[in-house]
Design a protein around this ligand. Sequence first.
Ligand SMILES: Nc1ncnc2c1ncn2[C@@H]1O[C@H](COP(=O)(O)OP(=O)(O)OP(=O)(O)O)[C@@H](O)[C@H]1O
Ligand SMILES: [Mg+2]
Length: 424
Amino acid sequence: MPESGTTEAAPRSVGATIELEGLTKRYPGSDRPAVDNVSMEIAAGETVILVGPSGCGKSTTLKMINRLIEPTGGRIRIGGEDVTDMDPVKLRRTIGYAIQASGLFPHMTVAQNIALVPKMLRWPSARVRDRVEEMLDLVGLDPGEFRDRYPRQLSGGQQQRVGVARALAADPPVLLMDEPFGAVDPITRDHLQDELIRLQRELHKTIVFVTHDFDEAIKIGDRIAVLREQSHIAQFDTPEAILTNPADDFVSGFVGAGAALKRLNLTRVRDVPITDYPTVGVDDPLDEISARLRSAGTDEVLVLDKRGRPYKWLRRGDIVRAQGSLARAGVLVHDTVTRDATLRDALEAVLTDNTGRVAVTGRRGAYEGVVDVETLMNSVHELLEADRLEAREAQAGLEEQRAAQTHAEQEGAHPPGDRGEAQA
Ligand SMILES: Nc1ncnc2c1ncn2[C@@H]1O[C@H](COP(=O)(O)OP(=O)(O)OP(=O)(O)O)[C@@H](O)[C@H]1O
Ligand SMILES: [Mg+2]
């Protein structure tokens, strides 16, 4: 039976609240629950990250939300509606789900994989087709190039993108992601994270995202739930609050060393000045490129490829060695960042390329400007300075406390409890 409204223009569904109340899972045959009495309220449109040690029940918690795993106790409410006893198959059509290694069906094309849930929902075929194109575009894959490929004909990062496209295809208000970027290399992972942040700014879904990686959590999360054994919540707060005020040693252990530098993960490229840099096209005549180099006032230019994407850094001397062709000249651009990348990503990219700056790109990887190493170092200095100030204040507070205590002792004052005992 067709669902109501399937033939109407697709309304953009924004996020729904998720409430977990005393959620518990006891697997058969184990003596203690894998997830014990978890309660959590997630706001509509919020991205919440679950982090915690292996085996603490992150995946189990996530899978209870879409009832891939049936809870043994507690309630789940989505958008205020109790879905604990709802038909799980129906429920899952309203919840996007993306997992590590993409979970694509190998015998289906990219288009068929993405179309899966819309087809189950019996969308008309024209709408499904449009939606597939829209989704591929959204995750930065050219539909013409990728639509008819099979998953094995994609790189790991491209598979993850398709996985995200599939999870979003039916426009669910809620998106569950279980280490979706766990299986790709660090640079691709950074880019996928940036993509997700950009998507989320457009879509405002409610996202619950599981990861091992605290840096990833800081970067993506509006709030982070640090979980201990059995998914007991150690701290559930914003990245800033967890970094500056970890609840206990367990959380500090998770934050790890270098909390100040980790705050580089909280500042985005969009928050610092992005400047223009002289560019040339890969097909420009060499004498024009030379002229540009001379007039630029820099000893380097950025060569863009046919689609306006950063391709090579080219120095004055390189032109001489080019012998008529750019193919042999200059240094390939290894890494770029988007405006959503963190300063830490940017710093890493600068160090990788060793040019003293990193190119910033927009949609489809097109060049938009550069961030230079001075700008980045200024931000690092500011963070370190803030950290020192905080440490000094904490120290001053401690000394004040000690002074007050000494004073109290000298005055012969005792805490109320002592007096009580003295009287007894
Ligand atoms: N189907 C199952 N049957 C029995 N026990 C299970 C089952 N699935 C998971 N568990 C147990 O439940 C606990 C939580 O597992 P879960 O997969 O939720 O952890 P996790 O936090 O996602 O770990 P990881 O970070 O390694 O993915 C573990 O002790 C695990 O062994
Ligand atoms: Mg897991």
